[in-house]
Design a binder for this molecule. Structure first.
Ligand code: FAD
Length: 455
């Protein structure tokens, strides 16, 4: 405390009961452990001073953005310091000639999106939780609905400034658009979930803001009919920005949660397609082609989500799915697997079969365009030991199935604390050992986010 007080004001150092219980967990809620000291740095130099001190004394340090993660990544499972970045929230520069925006890590996604949009640009990654920080998005390589067309956070990071556990402040990458200059340490830091370094700055690529955006709501009689249309939609050259699937079950949960009706549609599953571009005429042609294809594949109809009322009803419901599932049960845990998009229906058949067999409610929704499913095990009234047993059995079945289908453990939420065993199963001992050696090269004393990802 003496050391911290030598360079930080009292109100940015919190200990014991002064630390809100919210900092003991993230949005998943299932992993709980409070840090011993919560520090709110405002500069890279402050982060550097804390890290070099902690490194000399072998004290754990967990970096936290907004705490919206879903795998216990930002939870201090070994106690120690928590560095909360939300006071490092300046948008430093918009370089219009190089189409690059430089930010501090605690800038919220919603603030960055609005800032660039007001100036005629788009920052394409759009993970559903816009109160997350950019530092958190980079550290989890966050995805979102527009990944089908625009890719994920990694595709927009030009350079990163990070503090190494030993206290050095380094910038990896630059504003250049191509780079063959040795190993890409920037790319190692992206998705490293606070285990390799603390990100204190980022320069991100922006693109011109599309002037036209339209969504289509397409109801299908069955889940399989809906998702088997998706690979063809992607191949059709209509270039959708987002392709989401919405099941009847999850739509009903969102209606109950919001107290608002979703537009009335027939069938078991709907696709929600979004198209964007710069010419209304060209957009209409792409949407017409996509609509014809959906009808050919058995869709009941294609509704243009064009009125303000319909837009609000559809997108408010889509945005509330996770919260709606969470509020429908006493406890939940999630599986964020990604499978090749042609295998989505095979995977959900396995989920349905599992749900019937072990007697657990397992609703799901997801990004059909990129094969990323969000599957939620709901505890409801189940007794604790039974819940844990069924959850374990359920996870084992689903992760095994995902591997069998050529999928990966996490599409966008990361590994954190909760999914380490499944990562090890998927990657095997050689790849895990390689990851541990990379971790050791950055963080020889293992102080950064211990017990996460590969440690
Ligand atoms: C309703 C809801 C919807 C969501 N939708 C999506 C979605 O569509 N796509 C998606 O990808 N995710 C989604 N998420 C998950 C979550 O929002 C993302 O994982 C997000 O990137 C986390 O950002 P955060 O600022 O909250 O980070 P935190 O939860 O605070 O931290 C996440 C991880 O990043 C590390 N970290 C944070 N900041 C730094 C830093 N500056 N330097 C080094 N490490 C750091 C932490 O140590 C931790 O391991 C959703 C979550 C919710 C609750």
């Amino acid at each position: 405390m003496e050391y911290l007080r030598s360079f930080l004001p009292e109100n940015r150092i919190l200990v014991g009961a002064n630390i809100s219980p919210d900092y003991a967990r993230d949005e998943l809620g299932a992993v709980e452990s409070a840090p011993d000291v919560l520090v709110r740095p405002q500069s890279a130099e402050e982060v550097s001073k804390i890290l070099s001190y902690a490194n000399e004394r072998l004290l754990p340090v967990v970096t936290r953005g907004a705490g919206t993660g879903l795998v216990g990544g930002a939870v201090a499972v070994s106690g120690g310091f928590m560095l909360e970045t939300t006071l490092m929230n300046r948008i430093v520069e918009l370089d219009e000639r190089n189409m690059a925006v430089t930010v501090e890590p605690g800038v919220l996604l919603m603030d960055l999106s609005k800032y660039v949009q007001d100036r005629g640009y788009m920052y394409p990654p759009d993970p559903g939780e816009t109160s997350a920080t950019i530092g958190g998005n980079i550290s989890t390589n966050a995805g979102g609905m527009r990944a089908v067309k625009y890719g994920v956070t990694r595709d927009y990071v030009l350079s990163l400034t990070a503090v190494l556990p030993t206290g050095e402040i380094e910038t990896f990458g630059s504003k250049v658009v191509k780079n063959s200059s040795g190993y890409s340490i920037k790319d190692l830091l992206i998705g490293s979930e606070g285990t390799l370094a603390v990100i204190v700055g980022a320069t991100l690529r922006v693109i011109p803001l599309p002037s036209e955006i339209v969504s289509l709501l397409v109801p299908f009689p069955t889940f399989r009919a809906a998702v088997s249309t998706v690979p063809e939609l992607i191949r059709s050259g209509t270039d959708p920005t987002a392709v989401e699937f919405l099941t009847r079950e999850v739509i009903s949960l969102a209606e109950d949660y919001l107290g608002k009706r979703f537009p009335r549609i027939e069938g078991d599953t709907a696709l929600l397609l979004t198209y964007d571009g710069f010419s209304a005429q060209e957009l209409r042609e792409r949407m017409d082609k996509a609509s014809e294809l959906c009808i050919e594949k058995g869709a009941y109809d294609v509704f243009i989500v064009d009125t303000e009322e319909r837009r609000a009803a559809v997108w408010t419901a889509r945005g509330a799915f996770l919260e709606a599932i969470k509020s429908s049960t006493t406890q939940f845990d999630e599986c964020d697997v990604v499978v090749p998009r042609s295998k989505v229906a095979d995977f959900t058949e396995c989920v349905n079969e599992l749900s019937g067999r072990i007697g657990l409610r397992i609703p799901y929704f997801g990004h059909a365009g990129d094969g990323n499913l969000h599957v939620y095990f709901c505890r409801d009234g189940l007794e604790e030991t039974l819940w844990e047993k069924k959850l374990q059995e359920g996870f084992d079945v689903l992760y095994t199935k995902a591997v069998e289908l050529g999928g990966m453990v996490s599409g966008e939420h990361g590994i954190g604390f909760a999914k380490r065993d499944y990562l090890a199963q998927r990657l095997g001992p050689n790849q895990m050992e390689l990851m541990r050696r990379i971790k050791k090269a950055f963080d020889p004393n293992g102080i950064l986010n211990p017990q996460k990802v590969c440690t």
